[in-house]
Ligand binder design. Structure first.
Ligand SMILES: [Zn+2]
Length: 136
């Protein structure tokens, strides 16, 4: 990992993804305040099986109530993504506010990138298997 000052020609990932996160939170709050119906899962309705994101709403609600175990058990992958997003948002808010150098990953060797893609697919498959077996 490399820390460096953001150049004018670089994408400001911290600003973009922090904005997206804040908009998602505002949208979710508006959804709840407007008492809109919970969205159903089309994949589950058609196949009878959970999709990769089934349990995500329950996970978010449990996280909002500080129930981390229930959030994790609702969908471990969504829980992990939410925790990562929370940590990233804290980092992004700090570097944006204090105008600090940004953290970037150097280009990965091709075999390492291939290995990471394979590991990512295994994580997705493992999460889906968990959802099918335990939340089916
Ligand atoms: Zn689903």
């Amino acid at each position: 990992m490399i820390w460096h000052r953001l150049r004018s020609d670089e994408i400001d990932h911290e600003l973009i993804w922090l904005s997206v996160s804040l908009l998602a939170v505002v949208g979710a709050c508006a959804w709840i305040l407007l008492r809109l119906p919970w969205p159903g899962c089309i994949f589950h309705a058609v196949t009878g099986l959970p999709c990769l994101t089934c349990g995500g709403t329950r996970c978010a609600i449990a996280l909002a109530h500080g129930n981390f175990l229930r959030a994790f058990s609702s969908n471990p992958l969504i829980f992990s993504a939410a925790v990562f997003a929370g940590l990233f948002n804290i980092y992004a808010a700090v570097v944006l506010t204090a105008r600090l150098p940004r953290l970037r990953l150097p280009p990965l060797p091709q075999n390492m990138a291939r290995w990471l893609r394979s590991a990512g697919l295994l994580v997705l498959a493992g999460n889906w298997l968990y959802l099918v077996l335990f939340l089916g």
